[in-house]
Design a protein around this ligand. Structure first.
Ligand code: PRX
Length: 700
């Protein structure tokens, strides 16, 4: 570090992100879990050893049914555009549906739970799914005129229509592109335009937090905005939340908008042969979740992707045919694509889908669903876990369910929150996997193998079988396990689930993910092309990786780069605190100082004593350098509809900067409350702030 006395801000690199985290104790899975696990034999580690790369992934590919077997496991002839299982042909829909009919025709593929508690569940068997997918596939070709290789955009919430639409496209070799249902019309339009979709599949309305949302109105905005950007959506196919009853106020546009439930009557019982696709044909696009930057359409392959999600569903999610598996995420994110739809269906699982929010009508809802359906594998994100811990810390105890396995995904989980998840939600019985990965990656990159490696709260664990992570500093030095230094976590070699490119922007794909650490641009050896994740991480002496968050989201206090997660974890050790979010504030002397925002567990009153305790805990756990300038106790954090805290918004408030558009938040009203709390009643003109503050939290 170049920091001198009196110097305001020092230039430091990611390699110097301060790490003060205390090592946590191991937690071991139960003998009962180990006794039944799919991966209980350490031989799996041998099979996926580095010397067996890339052939080790044959094991995942062999979980699939191929129309034509592949001849080359990995073709690295044009790096970094990797091709997996070359020469092979298969159909993803056939692998997820058709091939299960012989043995599992009457088994539930999905159990859909509507948000209103008095509305019955819909159990969709593999046979029913097969029928619905075929009928829609027939309609898409004959009525909508889509062909293999075309793109079709969806703007759908958590309803069965979404996986049915995905599988119908997959059946035809049509590339689907789902836009998260909670996104604005503008966000949807940008994705329609980028992918060049002429057909949009959407729904009239859906339930969210007790309200029937008029979604068709948003869909109309999307189509109009796409038109302004030069793309004419020719057909808008609308599912109805209640077939036969239209719940939106937005008029149907003649010659453009059609009700799918009406049209499908003409395709009753029609079958469509699945199109046999090359393994490397694109299966879908998934735009990265950043809400401010230009969206990147991550293009995922058919064979490599499906093999990877099938393999990780089997070994890491430990799904067995008799399990009831519930991934409580949204299919509008990669987690839902991989671990609600494609992975579980590829291994013939029963996958639960829930329409609504975790706390509707109360914080006991998820546990009632788990009890009713006898869910035994539960998968969700720290943000949901924190929300449920805040709203109903004792609710899980009231319900008679038993999870054998649980997953956390999406952001680093604070050890305090992890312990609540383990002890209260998992009743101390469930093995937990903390799976680290990204939209770009298709499936898990780091996690423990649940029966073979102990858990460590807050740590993702080791590289997955066949995944070789490495941490580099800015000068491409490899940081070693136990060194206590953080850097850029990269993956040494490609893996089958990795995206193939950014749709329409191969240069951006190379520039963002491969340029920084490429050892030789002319090399055709995959060993020269490590993948840059953009996350900061540190490797403990035991080899476990701890993810510190996005490299861009560190706070540089007087030359010390502090990981936001580390500060938030320290705040969360304060008993009263339910949620914490830290942001950088421009400070003349120290460059940046942290402002900490917290919300409290229910029934507690804000007070100076709590603020002081939070400060002390941060000082104790991270150091005096990290002492927040202010601790603000807010009624709620500004959140996206998917529950992510919008640090960008609070950073703008703390810095008196332009707050930007907040209309798409789940709780826009809280923004003004927080602004007044921080800035006072009077609205002052916004200040110019450094770029790094403007961009802070952009990936949230
Ligand atoms: O910073 C990492 C964080 O989420 C980012 C990826 O977000 P997205 O593409 O939306 O995909 C989320 C679902 C896979 C990563 O760059 N992240 C994801 N999982 C974890 C995590 N951070 C820490 N621990 C995790 N388990």
């Amino acid at each position: 570090m170049k920091q001198e006395k009196g110097e305001a801000v020092a230039e430091v690199t990611e390699a110097q992100i301060a790490v003060h985290w205390k090592e946590e104790e191991y937690v071991y899975p139960s003998a009962k879990f180990i006794g039944q696990a799919n991966a209980a034999d350490p031989a799996i580690l041998e099979r996926f050893k580095e010397e067996n790369y890339p052939e080790c992934f044959k094991e995942y590919a062999d979980l699939l049914t191929w129309d034509k077997y592949w001849h080359t496991t990995l073709d690295a002839g044009n790096p970094p555009f990797w091709k997996w299982f070359v020469g092979g042909k298969l159909n993803a829909c056939c692998n997820c549906v058709d091939r299960h009919l012989a043995a599992n025709k009457n088994k539930a593929a999905f159990i859909w739970v509507p948000e209103p508690e008095d509305e019955p569940h819909w159990t969709i068997t593999y046979q029913e799914l097969y029928r619905k997918v075929n009928e829609l596939a027939a309609l898409l070709t004959k009525f909508a005129g889509v062909k293999t290789g075309d793109r079709v955009t969806f703007h759908l919430p958590m309803v069965p229509a979404l996986p049915i639409s995905m599988l119908a496209c997959a059946r035809l070799g049509v590339i689907h592109s789902e836009v998260y249902g909670g996104f604005s019309g503008k966000a949807c339009a940008d994705r329609i335009v980028d992918s060049g979709s002429r057909v949009l599949i959407a729904i009239d309305g859906y339930y969210r937090n007790g309200r029937l949302i008029d979604h068709k109105a948003v869909v109309d905005e999307a189509v109009e905005e796409a038109k302004r950007q030069g793309i004419d959506v020719e057909k808008v196919l609308i599912w109805r939340r209640f077939p036969g009853r239209y719940v939106s106020k937005a008029p149907m546009v003649e010659g453009r908008d059609y009700f799918l439930d009406d049209l499908l009557k003409d395709y009753r019982g029609v079958k469509v042969d699945p199109v046999s696709m090359p393994a490397e044909a694109p299966l879908f696009l998934m735009y990265t979740s950043g809400t401010t930057a230009v969206p990147k359409g991550c293009q995922h392959s058919t064979g490599g992707y499906l093999a990877y999600v099938a393999g990780t569903s089997k070994y890491i999610q430990d799904i067995h045919p008799e399990d009831t598996y519930w991934c409580f995420a949204d299919i509008g994110w990669i987690t839902g694509h991989s671990y609600i739809v494609y992975g579980p269906l590829a291994v013939a699982a029963t996958s639960v889908m829930y329409e609504g929010v975790p706390t509707y009508p109360d914080a006991g809802r998820p546990w009632r669903i788990a009890e009713q359906l006898d869910v035994n594998i539960f998968h969700t994100a720290p943000t949901t876990i924190r929300m449920l811990r805040k709203a109903g810390p004792d609710e899980p105890k009231k319900y008679h369910y038993h999870f054998k396995h649980m997953t956390t995904v999406g952001e680093p989980i604070e050890p305090e929150v992890w312990r609540w998840y383990h002890e209260v939600v998992g009743k101390g019985e469930a093995a937990i996997v903390d799976t680290w990965w990204q939209t770009e990656n298709g499936g898990f990159l780091c996690s423990t193998i649940p029966a073979l490696q102990p858990m460590k709260p807050g740590s993702a664990g080791l590289g997955m079988p066949g995944i070789y992570p490495v941490i580099y500093d800015e000068d491409r030095n490899e940081l070693k396990a136990g060194e206590g230094r953080a850097g850029n976590i990269c993956i040494k070699y490609p893996w089958p689930g990795s995206f193939q490119t950014i749709w329409g922007s191969p240069e951006r794909y190379i520039a963002i993910y491969y340029e920084k650490y490429c050892k030789d641009k002319n090399s055709r050896d995959w060993r020269d092309w490590p993948y840059l994740s953009g996350d900061a991480a540190v490797q403990a002496a035991d080899g476990y990786y701890r993810i510190l968050g996005r490299v861009d989201d560190v706070i540089n206090v007087a030359g010390h780069r502090l990981g936001t997660k580390e500060l938030e974890s320290a705040a969360l050790t304060t008993e009263e605190v339910a949620e914490a979010a830290v942001v950088p504030v421009v400070d003349e002397l120290r460059g940046r100082v942290p402002d900490m925002y917290i919300s409290l567990k229910p029934g507690l009153a804000a007070g100076k004593a709590i603020e002081e305790k939070v400060k002390q805990n941060i000082v104790k756990m991270v150091g005096p350098i990290a002492r927040p300038r202010n601790v603000y106790i807010v009624p709620d954090m500004p959140k996206t509809r998917s529950g992510k805290i919008m640090r960008r918004v609070i950073a703008a408030i703390s810095n008196f900067a332009d707050i930007g558009d907040v209309t798409t938040l789940a709780n826009p009203e809280v923004v003004e409350t927080i602004r007044k709390m921080v800035q006072g009643d009077e609205v002052k003109p916004s200040q110019e702030v450094p770029d790094e503050i403007k961009k802070f939290g952009a990936g949230d």
